[in-house]
Design a protein around this ligand. Sequence first.
Ligand SMILES: Nc1ncnc2c1ncn2[C@@H]1O[C@H](COP(=O)(O)OP(=O)(O)O)[C@@H](O)[C@H]1O
Ligand SMILES: O=C(O)C1=C[C@@H](OP(=O)(O)O)[C@@H](O)[C@H](O)C1
Ligand SMILES: [Mg+2]
Length: 186
Amino acid sequence: MARLLNGRPLVLVGMMGAGKTTVGRRLAARLGRQFLDSDEEIEKAAQMTIPEMFEELGEAEFRSGETRVIARILKDEDIVLATGGGAFVNEETRALIKSVAVSVWIKADFELLFSRVSRRSNRPLLKTANPRQTLKDLIEVRYPIYGQADVTVVSRDVPHDTVASDLIEAVAAHLSSQSQASADVR
Ligand SMILES: Nc1ncnc2c1ncn2[C@@H]1O[C@H](COP(=O)(O)OP(=O)(O)O)[C@@H](O)[C@H]1O
Ligand SMILES: O=C(O)C1=C[C@@H](OP(=O)(O)O)[C@@H](O)[C@H](O)C1
Ligand SMILES: [Mg+2]
């Protein structure tokens, strides 16, 4: 796997609650890579929490910070990056991720996502009159975009470590089929 990745960052994308942060941390430990979370890096850079950023600066300012932070992080090799759910939706960020990294969509269905995100109130996009409908609307817009990731892994309701194993298996299969295809044309 390390040879096939050849230093390229592994970038996790997908909806809030999919498990990008928790699975990403496990995955990095198992691959012996550094783990970074774009939300954490934005919070460090801005010296405020994400809900505070949305409240005080607005979503547009958060998004431009997110694009800058991800561009900086992706200068590093051998990392696992968990993005925030909106990052890959941004065309510029998506193009950058696609050009330098191997991207993985952690796909989860609505009920699983909603059960996870409704436990905490740290996702400002869901502070609406009808968070279920808001999450459904976001899924509808974003799923086709997440589908542009190199690899899709369906998150089941199993422990983080099992999702990390599924992910390693799916990425390894993708990379070896790619390297086989490039050997065939040589
Ligand atoms: N495989 C899993 N099994 C049980 N709980 C999970 C799993 N993956 C994530 N969670 C829980 O769901 C919530 C959201 O996970 P998180 O990693 O923050 O998602 P994301 O970064 O994609 O928004 C957290 O409370 C986390 O502990
Ligand atoms: O989906 C989104 O647009 C967002 C997802 C959050 O990250 P997680 O996906 O890690 O929850 C965070 O970046 C912010 O609240 C916006
Ligand atoms: Mg996260």
